[in-house]
Design a binder for this molecule. Sequence first.
Ligand code: EPU
Length: 480
Amino acid sequence: MSVSKNDVFESDAELLKRSPEELEAEGRKLDAQKAGARVGLTSDEIIINGGRPLKGRIEVRGAKNLATKAMVAALLGKTPSVLRNVPNISDVRVVAGLLALHGVLITRNEDQTEWRLDPSNVEVAHQADIDAHAGSSRIPILFCGPLLHRLGEAFIPDLGGCRIGDRPIDFHLDALRNFGAVIEKLPSGISLTAPNGLKGANIELPYPSVGATEQVLLTAVLAEGQTELRNAAIEPEIIDLICILQKMGAIITVEPNRVIFIEGVPELRGYDHRAIFDRNEAASWAAAALATKGDVFVGGVKQEEMMTFLNVFRKVGGDFDVHDDGIRFWHPGGALKPVTIETDVHPGFMTDWQQPLVVALTQAEGTSTIHETVYENRFGFTDALNKMGAEITVYKDGLNGDTRRVMRREFEQAAVITGPTPLTGADIEVPDLRGGFSHLIAALTAEGQSKVTNLGIISRGYENFIEKLRLLGADFVFES
Ligand code: EPU
C-alpha cells in the first residue's frame, strides 16, 4: 500500500478545526498576487473579462459523487480503507468532518489526494455536532445503513444539497424500513434504530435513484440474507462503489435490466481504491472549451463513461480526440448546431451536463430544446444567461404535444434556447453547483466584464477551479 507512516498526515481533529475557507486560503492568496492590484473583492467573488478562448490542459480528479460515498463505505470495514484520487472539494470535507465526529481517524498524504480512513473506533456522535457539521451536503443520508450496522443507531440531520427541486428521501426511508430499520422523525432530522438487526429485503425503487441505490448497497452488504434491488441506478459511480464493496468482501451481482443482487456477509474489511474520474467536471470543462471557442485537454477522463456526452458534443459541432490520458475538446470553427436533449439516468444524458452545455447552445445557430426529466427545478440558472443576452424560455410544465423518448414523470420542465446570441458581461450570482459553473462559462464567453458572486457553492464540486481557469488562460481577478 502506498500509504506509509512516513507520509505527512493530518489528523481528523485538525481537519475538523479548519474551515473550507482556511483550507483554500493558500491558493487564493496566490490568485490575488497574480491578478495584480486588489480591487476589494471578497473571496466569494470573481471578476471575469470574457471573450477569450480557454486553451491549455487541466486534470480532473476523482468524482465528487463517488469519493464522498466511498468515504462512507469505509465505515463498514473492520480495517482501514485507502481512497486515492480524492478531489479537494468542500463536499469531501463535510463528509470527512462527519466521519471524524463518528470516531473515524482520517489521515491524508502530502498532496492530500490519498486518504486513509480508519473506522476501528466508530462511536455515536452528538446530534448537535452532526447537525452543525452536515453543511449543505446530501451525503449524510447515506450514513444510515453503515451506522446502524456499526452502532445500532443513527441520527441524520435535515439535508441540504443544491436547490434544484424537492429532493425528497422517501425512497431511502422506505428501503431502510424494508431492511428492518425503525425511523423516528425529530425536529432537526431523523433518528434510526434496528431493534432486530437489518435483514436482506426485496426492494423495487419507484425511479432509478442514484442515492437510494447507494443506500440499498451500503445497507444490504452487511444485512443478514439476500437483497434483490429492482429498478436500480447503474451510473458509473455506482458501479465503482460496487467495485469498492467487492474489494471489501461483499458479494454483489449486477444483472441486466437494472436488477442488483446482494448476498449479505457477516463482516467486511477495508479497501484500497482509486476513485473514478469526475464525469461532471469533465463535461463542464468540455462545454467551456466549446462555448469560448477554445481548445482544452481534460486529463484523467475516459471515453466509455463519457460516450453519451461525446455524441452530443459532436452533434453540436464540437470536436474531440480521445487519448490514453484524457480527452482533448475543441471548437473546430464554423457554426455550432442546435440539438434536442432529454436528461435521463445512465446511460442517458446526465442532468448535471445540461447546464454547462446550455451556454454553448446559446451560440448555436437555431433552436435547441432541453427536456429536464430528472429534477423538477433545474433551469433557474438560465435567468442570468438571459440577463447576459441569451434567448432562453423555460416551460415549467414542459412542452405540450411533444414526443419524448424518456418516460414522463409527474413533473416536466423544458428550456428552449434560440441562438446564436452574443453574450455580454453582467453581475450574476451562482444559484447552485452546476448552474454556477455554467455562469462561469457564460462570463468567460461574454464580451466585457462580469462579476460572479456566491462562488463558494462551486467549490462544493469543482476542485481548484480558479487555478484551472488560470491554467487555461482566462482573464480574471480573484482575491482571497
Ligand atoms: N427522488 C425521490 N425520492 C428519493 C430520492 C430521489 O423522489 O428518496 C427523486 C429526486 O427528487 C429526483 C430523482 O429521484 O427527482 C433522482 O434523484 P437521485 O436520488 O438519483 O439523485 P441524488 O442521489 O440525490 C445524485 C447526485 C446528483 C445527480 C443525481 C442524478 C450525489 C451527491 N448527487 O443525486 O448530483 O444530479 O444523482 O445523477 O451523488 C451534482 O453533483 O450537482 C448533483 C446534484
